[in-house]
Design a protein around this ligand. Structure first.
Ligand SMILES: Nc1ncnc2c1ncn2[C@@H]1O[C@H](COP(=O)(O)OP(=O)(O)OP(=O)(O)O)[C@@H](O)[C@H]1O
Ligand SMILES: [Mg+2]
Length: 257
């Protein structure tokens, strides 16, 4: 089982969109996938029509528990399960101690000790570097960073790298590795191209070859609650998201932890 946090403290960079597509993409590759919505905005849960529930709260209770529900199951034992979230999760943030960084890891390991339930666990993080994100990073093998090709996003990458290093070095999770940076919403503007070059120069090894293009079709697909390759099978964006899934699987296999 591989656990991957989709993380960036900047809002609107595509964390939930990438998490949603990874869920479907890995499912189509016959995997058993658990999606954990760690964001009180509950966007990922809403995309699966599950915004009424907030199972993520149980992770932070006195007796941490991971409650998930199977959303889709395929004929080859493949499935997508979801730990739901909504605005109620934000109450928890005030109640729990800021030292509660291992709650998710404990809840996850209790659940997966039973049997190898999932091949991939994908955690959709909120746009902050607070207690939910640190819980996700502490529970993960890898962190995947979606980023926009713009100046402020580049500045944010440095802060995020520091948090990741903090989690590695302060003993919370020495095994954590950055799987890569995936550029989302790339368009043909000069600023986007220039920012992409900066990311290439600074983080060449981390950068995914696949770039996800900016197109209203992605927004439409999310609204239609379908992955882009099913919503618009012939679109460039559909092809790009599929290529991204391939590259994601190859990267995880290559690291081979
Ligand atoms: N490649 C794309 N092209 C066009 N629109 C996109 C693309 N990727 C994401 N979007 C849209 O951009 C918005 C932000 O995406 P998303 O919610 O996935 O970001 P996020 O990082 O999860 O945001 P938050 O930090 O608020 O959780 C959404 O409305 C989404 O549909
Ligand atoms: Mg989100």
């Amino acid at each position: 089982m591989k656990v991957i946090s989709i993380c960036n403290q900047k809002g609107g960079v595509g964390k939930s969109t990438v998490a949603y597509h990874l869920g479907w993409g890995l499912y189509e590759f016959k995997h058993k996938v658990l999606l954990i919505d760690m964001d009180p905005q509950g966007n990922l849960s809403a995309t699966f029509d599950r915004q009424e529930n907030c199972n993520a709260m149980e992770i932070f209770s006195d007796k941490p528990k991971l409650s998930s529900e199977i959303i889709v199951s395929g004929i080859e034992n493949n499935s997508i399960s979801l730990v739901t979230s909504n605005i109620h999760l934000s109450k928890v943030e005030f109640q729990i101690s800021f030292k509660s960084y291992t709650k998710l890891r404990n809840a996850l390991s209790m659940e997966t000790n039973k049997k190898d339930k999932w091949d991939f666990v994908i955690i959709d993080c909120p746009p902050s570097l607070g207690v939910f994100t640190v819980n996700a990073l502490t529970a993960s093998d890898y962190v995947l960073i979606p980023s926009l090709p713009y100046y402020y996003s580049l500045l944010g990458l440095r802060d995020l790298m520091e948090i990741v290093e903090g989690v590695q070095e302060e003993g919370l999770n020495p095994r954590l590795e950055i799987l890569g940076i995936v550029v989302n919403q790339l368009d043909r503007t000069i600023v986007a191209r220039e920012s992409l070059n900066v990311i290439k120069n600074k983080f060449s090894k981390l950068l995914f070859n696949t770039k996800l293009p900016r197109t209203i079709k992605v927004e439409e697909a999310i609204q239609a609650k379908k992955p882009i390759w099913l919503y618009r099978p012939d679109s460039l964006a559909g092809t790009a998201f599929k290529e991204f899934i391939d590259e994601f699987i190859k990267r995880v296999k290559r690291r081979g932890k």
